[in-house]
Design a protein around this ligand. Structure first.
Ligand code: GCU
Length: 722
């Protein structure tokens, strides 16, 4: 095509977009999309109930409430609202607290609001019928903001608002995102571009993204952000960076999001000029006390420190012959006078290769239960290895009753296809939270350990390793946004259902069209199991490629032994799987008796964890009668087949949503379908060397040999820098 023609074609396309008022559906708005409601009769009912909006208070948070309601209602109902001040008019929405509103104060709800706590809220209808008024009330303005987002969600998902009686309060006190963002803007295990924190331009330049980030977090109740990598750089603790951090804190504050930092344990040496970082050394203690004072003088509501110590080469107290409690408690004392907390990570393994890495965190931390002050969390990954597609719950849950354990989930898909695979992670989170530790009898779920209700702690919480970057749609994959959303909803209430969360996310992000939901919701709900099947079925784990962790690498045999894949698969001519039973590494003994017994015996071990706990012969009969080898083949093929089904399902909803996001997802599904086959073939061909059995003839045979897969080399893959 000649250039003139090409350019006039593009101009015509842009003109059509401009004239038709179509705005780019690039995913930037996340679930706060507020597009006009599709159902006109529902929209008309809402308009009748919402003739006026009254928001009390003049604080920055009240302004945020006003702003959110006006953009939300304008978008959903196409009505410009002027925020009024007369709460006595019929058909109005009233938002406020007993402190900022005499109207709310006289409603006799103070006692109820007190019970719901500072972040809880009520949404309820007074004066029903023609005069109907809706009240969103909380003890605090942040609670009122949470209530506002809840109310907007009701509209976005087209719920009946004629007789509301909603009482909500978070089950946990600390609901944090952990950004693994480096100061040079690379993101460890980040697949959505560079870090959203532009440290170079801070503190003077405030990207509007920072505000939208805070809005998105507040909309799901996330109330804190650790802004830098757990593999920490001490520079973040210097005055220059603390002022940059202050600029972020100011943007986040009206939305109830506190800033936190990771603390590099050797910071007193690196930026303090001391010769040691020994936590019992008086100069070191003093350095941290002074550092805490300095931080709080700049950012009075600073949340506290997250620490990765003595793990993967990070410095820590063990270098000085001290233990984790010595390190954590020194920092905890420094931040305690200011209300700060320390989150000390249990993801540890030392320089000696253990008989079973899965046992290490428990061995190091369980004996320390009761040795921490109340402002220390031990932050525990959901499983004992490392965010695998499936792991049994970490044995520390339930084993440290005197210590608040913070759940650490990974939202970024390090081991689940990066940002190219559609994997809805809420079922993974839910499976772990619903798991029963049995430590106080039946019903002692991980959720109850995490929300503190099993052992009554002052603090309770969750951390989610962020999947956010500077990609226009924040998370890379349009569906990866659902994992940020779902994480927040589960941190608020670990007993929320993954399916309900998927439902509301789809409605807010895409459409209320039931046809779309009926196809897309099951697709999301099955996607995690699908990934498990084409990556690591039946309890297999840690079979990924070296370093970048994206593709398959069951043969990876470099680095320390417990970083290799065969260490975990233990594939040999007899069978496959890591024997963690009482006859093997005895990792099962770290669970309470009923859980231990279940996992220990081959017959009672759930098949999804079979090869996690047992070394099983290739001809072992699975529950469905297949041999282990044939069952494995079936799972791998089933996984790859399910991605094809996802592709077909997605094609079937074409036209029900905008083309931009439709094609974005369908192209990514093509990648996922190819990569699922890659995982399947590479793993089966590798394990076949040991099973010496054929892939039954009714399956399409791999069209490449094992050495083809073994020789694939990738550089500059997202998440690694070489
Ligand atoms: C994984 C991940 C690392 C990360 C570590 C952690 O091992 O691959 O990049 O630093 O987890 O959680 O600290």
């Amino acid at each position: 095509m000649d250039n003139k023609l090409k350019i006039s074609g593009i101009v015509l396309f842009l003109t059509i977009l401009f004239v038709s008022g179509v705005h780019a559906e690039n995913g930037y708005e996340l679930w706060l999309r507020y597009n006009p409601l599709e159902n006109q009769s529902v929209a008309n009912d809402y308009k009748k109930s919402l003739k006026e909006v009254v928001v009390f208070g003049n604080s920055e948070t009240s302004e945020a409430i006003k702003k959110e309601l006006s953009i939300g209602l304008k978008g959903l109902l196409s009505v410009e609202y002027k925020v009024g001040s007369n709460a006595e008019v019929d058909n109005c929405l009233v938002v406020g607290t007993p402190k900022n509103s005499p109207f709310i104060a006289q409603l006799s709800i103070n006692e109820k609001l007190q019970k719901l706590g500072d972040e809880g809220y009520l949404i309820y209808t007074i004066d029903k019928g023609a005069k109907q008024r809706i009240v969103i009330a909380s003890q605090t303005e942040i609670g009122a903001l949470y209530g506002t987002f809840h109310f907007l969600r009701l509209l976005q998902t087209q719920q009946n608002i004629s007789d509301l009686k909603i009482e909500e309060s978070p089950k946990t006190t600390h609901r944090l995102l952990n950004h693994w963002d480096n100061l040079d803007r690379t993101v460890e295990r980040g697949y959505a571009g560079f870090s959203i924190w532009d440290w170079h331009k801070l503190p003077d330049f405030i990207d509007t993204r920072y505000v939208d980030y805070a809005r998105a977090n507040a909309s799901v109740g996330i109330n804190g952000a650790v802004v830098n990598n757990v593999n920490a750089n001490a520079l973040i603790l210097t005055d220059q960076y603390l002022h940059k951090l202050l600029a972020l804190a100011k943007v986040f504050r009206p939305y109830g999001v506190k800033v936190y930092l990771t603390a590099r344990f050797s910071a007193p040496i690196e930026i303090g000029g001391l010769s040691t970082a020994d936590p019992l050394d008086a100069n070191v203690i003093n350095w941290w006390n002074e550092k805490a004072k300095e931080i709080y003088s700049i950012i009075p509501d600073f949340g506290g420190f997250l620490v990765k110590a003595n793990s993967e080469g990070q410095p820590g107290p063990q270098q000085y012959g001290r233990n984790h409690a010595d390190g954590a408690n020194m920092l905890a004392k420094a931040v305690a006078p200011f209300g700060g907390v320390v989150m000390w990570r249990a993801f540890v393994y030392d320089n000696n290769v253990p008989d079973d890495r899965a046992k290490q965190a428990y061995n190091e931390f369980q004996p320390l239960d009761g040795k921490f002050p109340e402002n220390v969390f031990v932050q525990v990954k959901n499983g004992a290895i490392d965010f695998q597609p499936r792991e049994p719950f970490h044995p520390l849950f339930g084993a440290m009753p005197k210590t608040p354990l913070m759940m650490e989930f990974q939202i970024t898909q390090e081991y689940l296809g990066c940002a190219t695979h559609l994997v809805y992670l809420a079922p993974l989170y839910e499976e772990c939270l619903d798991a029963d530790t049995y430590v106080k009898g039946e019903g002692s779920t991980v959720a109850k350990v995490v929300d503190g209700s099993l052992n009554s702690h002052k603090y309770s919480g969750m951390a989610g390793v962020s999947n956010i970057g500077n990609d226009i749609n924040w998370c890379g994959h349009p569906f990866a946004q659902a994992n940020w959303y779902a994480y927040g909803r589960l941190a608020w209430n670990p007993e929320n259902s993954s399916e309900q969360i998927a439902d509301e996310w789809i409605r807010q992000t895409f459409t209320n069209n039931q046809k779309f939901i009926d196809v897309v919701k099951p697709m999301m709900m099955n996607s995690r199991e699908t990934a498990v099947n084409y990556m690591t079925p039946l309890g297999l784990h840690h079979q990924m490629a070296w370093n970048h962790h994206w593709g398959p690498g069951p043969w990876v045999n470099i680095g320390r032994l417990d970083w290799t894949s065969p260490y975990y698969s233990k594939a040999d001519s007899f069978g496959i799987g890591f024997d963690r039973s009482s006859k093997g590494s005895n990792a099962v003994s770290q669970y309470s008796t009923s859980v231990k017994d279940k996992f220990d015996k081959l017959e009672s071990c759930p098949e999804e964890f079979l090869l996690w706990f047992h070394h099983v012969p290739w001809d072992y009969k699975l529950k469905n009668g297949q041999t282990l080898w044939n069952g494995m083949v079936d799972k791998y093929y089933g996984g790859a087949e399910s991605v094809k089904k996802m592709q077909n399902d997605w094609e079937s909803i074409k036209g029900l949503i905008d083309n931009e996001r439709f094609y974005h997802v369908s192209q990514l599904l093509n990648i996922q379908a190819n990569e699922a086959i890659w995982w399947r073939n590479a793993c089966l061909l590798y394990f076949q060397q040991f099973s010496k059995q054929p892939i039954p003839a009714n399956y399409e045979q791999p069209n490449k040999a094992l050495d083809y897969y073994q020789n694939l080399k990738f550089r500059f893959v997202p998440g690694i820098s070489n």
